[in-house]
Write a protein that binds this ligand. Structure first.
Ligand code: HEM
Length: 484
């Protein structure tokens, strides 16, 4: 019996090794760091992945193989290859790799973000393009955005004028997080879970707990995520995922029911939940898809905007000349008697350049979202077998000295000298990706970031905490700005 087990185990191992050798000989894979048996390169990857991959690309080149256990990940790091992935070979590379948690959360791609490219994806994407993210809807939700930014300015003003607080400095992240939270929940669910005093109601607390639990579950898989045969060692997840899904559905259904009742008495509103319920029949959307789409907006739209503004503010404080120039422009165009609105953007070119430069240097999704090859395809002359996971390191592309002058300098003026598109048409600058999976919320994201940044600079003057010179700010630890 014991002998039979040993023979069976060795046959499986031999078959696996032979299959790997066959794959490597059959395909001319991109170069990459030496992979260890079983774990591949998992133990060599540094915690800040995009920096680590950018560093490795210096040795192995702009298209590189990295093994996450037995899965081949291909990382591209220059604009030419980004174009090949996101434009020329876009159709073969538009599937999504779903981690186990993403697969569970999205009911195996019933949403948009985690759906493979196919009829379901095309339908849902059409809902986004033709219905949810139209210029008209963007405009009709403008009042919500301006309302929230104004509330942020008010909260900042109240906190920094409290007599004993004025010299302590503020953790800006808290305020940016609140604007992003209120904006996205109002946009998606048509509800403000937070009172004017900043107190979150019961539904809001449940919402926050679900978001936090989702993050915890997503992060808990680590090694078993990448090495499928290790998964038996982590049985707890199934139950936790099921509970999480049920909790999320319960809350969303309760909100959807409220909207259905409200629509019976009054007209439909512009929020996504109302729009989706109204369009459910027209596009044949299942309830799972509506719930999935609403949560996609939360996942994709909340932290991305807050993180972008936090980086932008860090750069502005580190570069006082930029702050002065942006404020001079705001004072000249908007003046001191009224507040800025989105209508002013077209007359504030420097402010727009500051937002763009921040998104160049600090894209909040530095490796975009993982794409997957649905066929054998070639990138940069190398073979990319069907099923490989493909990443574009947009952080590295936007800092490539081959295509950017002084790429490590925060210099918004570069975009006054040359207007570079950032919504997927110029492959040097891809904070929103490009091609068929480009971020559908790009314009909304840009408006939110520019608006938050504009208000912060128009209403306040910002300095680092006492004793720290702007040039000494550690960009690895941004918090606690002092505003005057
Ligand atoms: C500064 C803000 C934002 C940035 C930098 C950003 C960036 C991105 C990136 C890089 C992708 C992946 C593209 C790809 O895989 O090729 C993406 C996808 C997506 N984003 Fe955004 N995003 C932002 C804001 C938003 C907002 C506000 C929303 C909606 C409310 C949103 C909704 C989505 C959705 C639904 C997807 C999935 C698209 C798909 O798979 O087809 N994003 N975003």
């Amino acid at each position: 019996m014991g002998q039979a087990v040993i023979i069976a185990a060795s046959s499986i191992i031999c078959a696996l090794v032979l299959y790997k050798v066959y794959r490597r000989l059959r395909f001319k894979l991109p170069p990459g760091p030496r992979a260890w048996p079983v774990v591949g390169n998992l133990y060599d990857i540094e915690p800040v992945r995009f920096r680590c991959f950018a560093e490795w690309a210096r040795t192995y080149g702009p298209v590189m193989s990295v093994w996450f256990g037995p899965s081949l990940n291909v990382v591209v790091s220059n604009s030419e290859l980004a174009k090949e992935v996101l434009k020329e070979k876009d159709q073969s590379l538009a599937d999504r790799h779903r981690s186990r948690s993403a697969a569970k959360f999205s009911r195996d791609g019933q949403d948009l973000i985690w759906a493979d490219y196919g009829p379901h994806y095309v339908k849902v994407r059409k809902v986004c393009t033709l219905e949810l993210f139209t210029p008209k809807r963007l405009e009709s939700l403008r009042a919500v955005r301006e309302d929230e930014v104004t509330a942020m300015v008010q909260a900042l003003f109240n906190d920094c004028t409290k007599p004993d607080e004025s010299q302590k400095g503020l953790v800006l992240r808290k305020y940016l997080g609140a604007v992003a939270f209120n904006n996205i929940t109002r946009l998606a669910f048509g509800k403000r879970f937070m009172s004017d005093e900043g107190v979150i109601d019961e539904q809001g607390l449940e919402f926050k707990a679900i978001v936090a639990n989702g993050l915890k579950l997503g992060a808990s898989l680590a090694m078993a995520e990448h090495i499928p045969w290790l998964r038996w060692m982590f049985p707890l997840e199934e139950e936790a995922f099921a509970k999480h899904g049920a909790r999320r559905d319960r809350l969303t259904r309760a909100i959807m029911d409220e909207h259905t009742r409200a629509r019976q008495t009054g007209g439909a509103k512009q929020h996504f939940v109302d729009a989706l319920l109204t369009l459910q029949q027209k596009y044949d959307l299942s309830e799972d898809t509506i719930i999935g789409l609403l949560w996609d907006m939360i996942t994709a739209g909340m932290d991305t905007t807050a993180i972008s503004v936090e980086w932008a503010m860090a750069e502005v404080i580190r570069n006082p000349r930029t702050q002065e120039k942006a404020q001079e422009e705001l004072d000249r165009v908007v003046g001191l008697d009224r507040v800025m609105t989105e209508n002013d953007f077209s007359n504030l070119p420097y402010l727009q350049c500051v937002a763009k430069e921040a998104l160049r240097m600090h894209p909040p999704t530095p490796m975009m979202l993982p794409h997957k090859a649905n066929a054998n395809v070639k990138i940069g002359g190398y073979d990319i077998p069907k099923g490989s996971i493909v990443h574009v390191n947009v952080w590295a592309v936007a800092r490539d000295p081959e295509v950017w002058k002084e790429p490590l300098e925060f210099r918004p003026e570069r975009f006054m000298e040359e207007d570079v598109d950032m919504k997927g048409h110029d492959f040097r600058l891809l904070p929103f990706g490009a091609g068929r999976r480009v971020c559908p919320g790009a314009q909304l994201g840009i408006n939110l970031v520019t608006s938050m940044l504009g208000h912060l600079l128009h209403h306040f003057r910002w300095t680092p905490q006492e004793g720290i010179k702007p040039s000494e700010i550690d960009m690895g630890r941004i918090r606690g700005w002092l505003l005057t």
